[in-house]
Ligand binder design. Structure first.
Ligand SMILES: *Cc1c(COP(=O)(O)O)cnc(C)c1O
Length: 393
């Protein structure tokens, strides 16, 4: 280990030299099956030819010009994303936190334009929205906030998947302008809300003139079986944020808006030097085209159903296992006790998984895995959890 890196991470003792599809190859030649995709980033798997080709071609032409000039690839990407999302306008940045910053600034500005001097934004418990000061304040996890006070003003918090709590806020609080929520929590432990939660949020936001802002940074780009998770509920947000799977590993984020929200930002209100530059936009365009041409959203739904059934058949009802849940290729197995050591145990079996919220084994495999690879992940993870919770049932 070098000591010239700041100690923000505690990396596992493995380094990868290259990847192909759902496999990563370590520097010692060992091959790992990737059931995490760089935390829901590499949805098309590693070294996808469409992304590599787009990047190589663009790298040989033009990387960056700044947003002082029109960028054709960025305009094309905005068109394509708005088309598949049913949104009207896009702003591009470089990460999820920045996409949420854009959404938060947009919500505040829309409030000020309506004469609300102290606009407030509702966020939920157990959420994750990023690590910048505003987004860590929006995040519903004290561990992420501790030590960074004073936090940003203007947030109200409600329990996740609890409509009544929001109604109480609506009744008691003035100056609310928006609600920012994940359609399924990612870092918070793959919590899938009740089927009517999003439709009810839509209704509540309409009643009170709040913007419904969905953080689809982890759930978007086909991962849950639809282009975007909210499409399962048949509703449309006013604002939606994207990042992770959008560039398949090339850093890019986006904040999409429709209706009045689409017209809030005027020149000078917001910006980014790199945001939507030709290189990043070319990668994201290749991702959008590949998902669409290969119907990877539908495929993720199919694979997710197969894996959820497989995991439930092995683990549901077992002592030590609290729940097996998910939507598409976003799967979580909640255990009774903290289980961080399962990550290293999986590594010993050439498998990459993740544990989040201390007790939840999280699987986010690439959308391009085969049925056999999906079954391998299910079998290996089930073995590990059976061992962890006390041998075969
Ligand atoms: C990862 C994530 C973010 C933050 O994205 P960064 O690119 O790390 O800034 C925000 N919201 C959700 C739901 C995420 O999963």
């Amino acid at each position: 280990m070098v000591d010239t890196l700041m100690t923000t991470y505690k990396p596992l003792p493995v380094t990868f030299s290259h990847g192909e599809g759902p496999y990563l190859y370590a520097t010692d030649g060992r091959r790992y099956l990737d059931a995490l995709s760089g935390i829901a980033v590499c949805g098309l798997g590693h070294a996808h030819p469409a992304v590599s080709e787009a990047l190589c071609k663009q790298a040989g032409r033009l990387l960056h010009t700044s947003n002082l000039y029109r960028i054709k690839l960025q305009e094309q990407l905005a068109d394509e994303l708005c088309r598949v999302a049913g949104m009207e306008r896009a702003f591009f940045c470089n990460s999820g936190a920045e996409a949420n910053e854009a959404a938060l600034k947009l919500a505040r500005l829309s409030g000020h334009r309506r004469g609300i001097d102290n606009p407030r934004i509702i966020v939920t418990e157990g959420s994750f929205h990023g690590r910048t000061l505003a987004t860590l304040t929006a995040t519903g996890n004290r561990k992420i906030q501790a030590g960074f006070e004073p936090l940003v003003q203007g947030f109200l918090r409600a329990p996740y998947d609890d409509l009544e709590a929001l109604k109480r806020i609506a009744h008691n609080s003035r100056d609310v302008v928006a609600l920012l929520v994940e359609p399924i929590t990612g870092e918070g432990g793959i919590r899938v809300p009740a089927g009517d939660y999003l439709p009810q949020l839509r209704e509540l936001c309409d009643q009170h003139g709040w913007l419904l802002m969905l953080d689809e940074i982890q759930t978007g780009m086909g991962r849950t079986g639809r282009w975007f998770a909210h499409q399962h509920a048949g509703i449309q947000p006013d604002v939606m944020t994207l990042a992770k799977g959008l560039g398949n590993g090339v850093p890019i984020g986006a904040c999409l808006a429709r209706g009045a929200a689409a017209g809030v930002f005027q020149p000078g209100n917001h910006g980014s030097t790199f945001g939507g530059n030709p290189l990043a936009a070319s990668a994201a365009l290749a991702v959008v085209h590949t998902i669409e041409q290969q119907r990877l959203d539908a495929r993720a739904g199919e694979l997710g159903e197969r894996m959820l059934q497989g995991l439930r058949a092995r683990l549901q009802g077992r002592s030590g296992v609290v729940a097996v849940r998910g939507c598409g290729l976003m799967l979580g197995i909640e255990l009774e006790r903290p289980c961080a050591e399962l990550v290293t145990q999986a590594l010993e079996r050439d498998l990459l998984i993740n544990v989040t919220a201390e007790k939840v084994v999280r699987l986010l495999p690439p959308l391009i895995i085969s049925d056999e690879q999906a079954d391998t992940i299910v079998a290996e993870v089930s073995d590990l959890i059976e061992q962890f919770t006390g041998g075969p049932a």
